[in-house]
Design a protein around this ligand. Structure first.
Ligand SMILES: [Zn+2]
Length: 361
């Protein structure tokens, strides 16, 4: 990444001030290209041939991001190959119709803006959706922000690791009564729910938490409240993966912006590798957006963070026209696949259960 990235990084991540007016907090800046576009597909064959075995990569990534452990080393070789196959099955389990169904249901609330009836209705809907997924522990809704939080417990009760995947369910438009927020951020919530549905069918060594935040558009309220509580409890986060404005791709370009902070270097490396390994097919760029979002409180706490972002917001961002038809479901599905591949690897899938995924009941 070098000096240029480090300088740019400071500009992106340290610019937040509590004095910034609320209306600007979640706005995104499109930055001039700060890094080279990496044409992934032409490089696929060369890179795949050059990649070491899955187990070697995983060990290497682990050594870069968290202390190497004996279990990590033991997962090289034959076991590693088995794990790679199981993770491929998890990646392939993403269903576009599940994503579409969630977005359709959320936009039906007309507006999920804070203060609108649809905001509370969406919280209740998401709470119910997560409670219907076997294996998840769903927290009660707590005022004032009513984040919807579900945890997939890890098999290692002594684990100090915690992986979090999140998106925000509130929306924004002027006037606030009609803010469908399909792309921003019903589609992100749909990805989080789909990851919860799929990952809950396996067992992982470390816990994975699925978060639907509220109040992002009025100052990152829900995620800030959550991070403050985490810090009070002395918890640390191994990786926070944020999905916000990650589903607009009208020309089917499959260009995905990856914004990772330095503590997330190993996970970022894994993301680039998995894009190739699992044939996900994104052209990955980096640091094109300087967005404050629900990743910001995690970043400010010093936790590893990856935020992925669509190439462009389009003209319908934060308007009444951010509707279901704008959402590129193949793009959203691919982004969900990428996240699944990372979380399933890092949270350490330990027991194969069923590979075939059941659609939402
Ligand atoms: Zn958003």
């Amino acid at each position: 990444m070098g000096v240029a990235f480090a300088f740019h990084w400071q500009a992106v991540w340290d610019g937040h001030s509590p004095d910034v007016p609320l209306a600007t907090i979640s706005q995104c800046l499109n930055l001039p290209p700060a890094s080279t576009v990496i044409p992934m597909k032409p490089l696929l064959l060369v890179l795949v041939l050059a990649l070491p075995s899955f187990g070697e990569i995983e060990t290497d990534a682990n050594q870069g991001g968290r202390p190497a452990k004996s279990e990590d080393v033991a997962r090289t070789g034959k076991d590693g190959e088995t794990a790679a196959g199981e993770i491929s099955a998890i990646v392939r389990a993403v269903l576009e119709k599940e994503l579409r169904g969630t977005v359709r249901d959320l936009v039906a609330f007309k507006s999920r803006s804070v203060g609108q009836p649809g905001n509370g209705q969406a919280a209740a809907y998401l709470h119910e959706r997560l409670k219907r997924i076997p294996g998840l522990q769903v927290a009660p809704l707590v005022e004032p922000w009513k984040n919807v939080i579900a945890t997939l417990p890890g098999t290692d009760a002594t684990s100090r690791e915690l992986f979090i995947v999140g998106a925000h369910y509130d929306s924004m438009a002027v006037p606030p009564e009609l803010a469908p927020g399909a792309m921003d951020d019903a589609a992100g919530i749909a990805i989080v729910l789909e990851m919860a549905r799929i990952l809950s069918q396996s067992r992982f060594k470390h816990p994975i938490l699925f978060a639907c935040w509220n109040g992002e558009e009025v100052g990152l309220k829900g995620s800030r409240e959550f991070v403050q509580q985490l810090l009070k409890d002395g918890r640390r986060v191994s990786l926070y993966l944020n999905y916000d404005s990650t589903a607009f791709d009208p020309q089917h370009r499959l260009v995905l912006d990856v914004i990772a902070n330095p503590p997330a270097a190993a996970a970022r490396k894994l993301l680039f590798e998995n894009n190739l390994r699992h044939g996900i097919g994104f052209t990955l760029v980096e640091d094109r957006h300087a967005c404050h979002g629900d990743h910001t409180p995690f970043q400010e706490a010093g936790f590893p963070v990856i935020n992925t972002h669509q190439e462009d917001h389009g003209a319908h961002y934060h308007t009444a026209n951010d509707t279901l038809e704008r959402v590129s479901f193949p793009y959203a599905a691919s982004n969900g696949q990428l996240g699944l591949s990372i979380i399933a690897t890092l949270a350490d899938r330990v027991v194969a259960t069923q590979n075939s995924s059941q659609p939402t009941p």
